[in-house]
Ligand binder design. Structure first.
Ligand SMILES: [Mn+2]
Length: 324
């Protein structure tokens, strides 16, 4: 009999199943010799939640669509000349509470805490962007604190998502980076930005630890209209200069809608995969950082084979190839 290796419920090339008890009680953990920040183990958690979505719905289906698309990829990642053979697990989908963003984030926080205890770093597949908070909240409590003082947040998005309330809601996909900023990150680096309100413009203006790389500037590498413009090279040298713990959050709408049309809020004039790959590579060359968490959110599709879903799977696959 011929067996098909296709397993629709798991990301391609993930390890069989995670045994928390085994991992928590492993020699390394018991001897205190393992360091979460240095761990190369990753655990995927799908969060099928999209209750605060304001435009194109469907991100609740994204974890399924992305996992299915991952099976079109080869274990050998030819673009990085590297096998995807690192240790990572697919822990399945979170039991979300539809309509209750706060509760869903609390449940996610608990699950990420379980991973942290086993020295497994979280890869969150949204879901809408608000779910980032559950993951970041758990990581903010590392080393018995309750802030992000020693964590740099790298945020790839068309939008700043940094208003305090969106149509009266504090917990929403549109306010997520304000909730993150409330936790006092060391730095918030926003990349691919091209749509924000005057309120958001004014908010970031005097914040020295919010650094912006606008899509129009980093895409047009050879056009130096004025000296204030940051080029793609400036972005890479910024990524090369950061130190310590790093969290990465990718809203799929950072990509140009020509390559990622199925997102919650498609926004013209975005980045392409080569840009994001260059960002990943720059981070992988930086030996002074430890990436402690990653999320990819806002893919909004319910169709198998959707090109935006294929791109999302490729982004996670490239990330795992370099960092697992
Ligand atoms: Mn966005």
């Amino acid at each position: 009999m011929l067996f098909n290796t296709y397993e629709p419920g798991k990301f391609a090339f993930s390890h069989e199943s995670v045994d928390y008890y085994d991992l928590i009680n492993s020699e390394d953990n018991l001897n205190g010799s393992s360091d979460f920040s240095k761990s190369k183990k990753w655990g995927i958690i799908g969060v099928p939640f999209d209750s605060t979505c304001s435009y194109h719905h469907g991100s609740r289906y994204a974890p399924t669509i992305i996992r299915e698309a991952s099976f079109g990829l080869e274990q050998y990642n030819s673009e990085f000349d590297k096998l995807l053979d690192g240790e990572f697990y697919d822990c399945g989908d979170l039991n979300v509470v539809h309509g209750n963003c706060k509760r869903t984030c609390e449940i996610l926080e608990d699950s990420v805490n379980d991973l942290i205890e086993a020295n497994i770093k979280p890869i969150i597949i949204g879901g809408e962007h608000s779910v980032t908070l559950g993951s970041v909240n758990a990581l903010s409590a590392l080393e018995d604190k309750n802030n992000l003082n020693d964590i740099t947040v790298i945020h790839l998005d068309a939008h700043r998502d940094i208003i305090d309330e969106y149509i009266g809601e504090k917990y929403s996909h549109a306010t997520i980076m304000k909730r993150i900023y409330d936790l006092e990150p060391k730095e918030l680096i926003q990349i691919g930005i091209r749509s924000f309100s005057e309120e958001e413009r004014d908010f970031v203006e005097d914040k020295e630890n919010i650094i912006s790389f606008y899509a129009k500037d980093i895409k047009n590498q050879n056009i130096h209209l004025n000296e204030d413009v940051s080029t793609f090279e400036d972005l890479l040298s910024k990524l090369d200069s950061i130190e310590g713990k790093v969290y990465i959050s990718i809203d799929m709408d950072v990509f140009d809608p020509s390559v990622a049309p199925s997102v919650g809020n498609p926004t013209p004039n975005g980045l392409f995969l080569a840009d994001v790959q260059a960002i990943f590579e720059a981070l992988s060359f930086n030996e002074e950082i430890d990436i402690i968490g990653f999320d990819l959110v806002e893919l909004a599709s319910d169709r198998l084979g959707d090109i935006s879903g294929v791109l999302a799977a490729k982004v996670i696959y490239d990330f795992l190839t370099l960092f697992a």
